[in-house]
Design a protein around this ligand. Sequence first.
Ligand code: PNS
Length: 169
Amino acid sequence: MLREVTTLDNRICVYPGSFDPVTLGHLDIIQRVSGMFPDLRVAVLDNPDKVKLFSVSERMTMLSKACAHLPNIQIDSFSGLLVDYMRKINAGIVIRGLRSASDFETEFQMAQMNSQLSGTVESLFLMTSPDHAYISSGIVKQIASFGGDISAFVPQCILPEITKRFQSK
Ligand code: PNS
């Protein structure tokens, strides 16, 4: 396959994901990357084929609240291929967190595919801190759906939104 030679800006990085909802694990990655790169875009995947608990705009609002204390973060959304979004905003680096060896399998495949599709995009992985390694949006939703306490797993400022969503169900 012929690879494109466009040079993307390695100071601009993208942390893509579903963030349904953002957890303390995500926030840990965001905070650490915000101290390493001048420009971090946290990008919510807008995929109409997948049913989510929160709409894209709700997820973006929750991310904005959780990241309000960080100066170099922009919250955005994208649809379609990640590499196309990255090309559009001229971002050179994808950030992903790794919690476990099972995450690695999927992430390795995605990174290889993104590299193959773009030729220039680099993927950087941060190990999730041990305090957050067991947290996922899916598990948080499951606990909340049964009325469990999720306050140790999500940013405090978005706790009411999540709790309310399950109360109204
Ligand atoms: O939080 P998630 O659900 O693990 O994030 C997955 C995400 C959004 C990073 C991934 O599904 C993605 O990049 N989707 C966009 C479609 C794409 O580019 N696919 C080809 C590369 S795998």
